[in-house]
Design a protein around this ligand. Structure first.
Ligand code: GDP
Length: 196
């Protein structure tokens, strides 16, 4: 399916979140992990640009996806990039206060796409985020970015190591640069979006 993407709004507080009318998929990742590039590969440059506009990098940026008949199909929520050194009980002091309530309470949130860098060893703080999402009963799909930088052997090795360290059943290797894994990721997103 080809989607058209419309920017909805940038929210800096829970009061500004759009209505929960459509199934929603959220994108989470540390700054520089390749989130803008991945969004660009998924839905086009406009969305990625909006999210990296100064002033909007601390916001949750919401986008509406229209299907090929221009019917609203789902929303994407691009969460601010973090450098979450301190995720613990309450995710992180650095993370704006409205992120945690968003992740806990957002009724139409079907899937969190969590980005980690395939070239970097597992970080305990990422594990903490995944544990926290599990404790909240949130479905999430971990995606390992910039996979094009690795040779075939390294890919297999790094993905296996990340999977083990983070105790995950599956990690999807993706590259915004070559398009590797993008179709598979769309499959996961559409599956989540079309669920009950
Ligand atoms: P963000 O801060 O998470 O939005 O990250 P960006 O999308 O801005 O990417 C951070 C850096 O990683 C930039 O220099 C990108 O060119 C690079 N990058 C992002 N995705 C890829 C990828 O799939 N492959 C490669 N080789 N580099 C990437």
């Amino acid at each position: 399916m080809r989607y058209t993407t419309q920017f909805l709004l940038s929210a800096l507080s829970a009061a500004q979140f759009p209505p929960v009318a459509l199934p929603e998929v959220a994108f989470l990742g540390r700054s520089n992990v390749g989130k803008s590039s991945l969004l660009n590969a998924l839905v086009g440059e406009k969305a990625a640009k909006v999210s990296s506009t100064p002033g909007r990098t601390r916001a949750i940026n919401f986008f509406k996806l229209l299907d090929d008949r221009q019917r609203p199909a789902m929303t994407f929520a691009d969460l601010p990039g973090y450098g979450y050194a301190k995720i613990s009980k309450s995710i992180s002091a650095e993370w704006p206060k409205f992120i945690e309530p968003y992740l806990i309470g957002r009724e139409n949130l079907r899937l969190c796409v969590c980005l980690i860098d395939s070239n970097i060893e597992a970080r305990p703080s990422d594990s903490q985020l995944f544990d926290w999402l599990r404790s909240q009963g949130r479905d999430f799909q971990v995606v390992a970015t910039k996979i094009d930088r690795l040779s075939g052997n390294q890919r297999t090795h790094n993905l296996a190591a990340l999977k083990k360290a983070h105790e995950l059943d599956e990690i999807l290797g993706v590259s915004a640069k070559t398009g590797y894994g993008i179709k598979e990721l769309w499959g996961k997103i559409e599956e989540a979006g079309s669920g009950e």
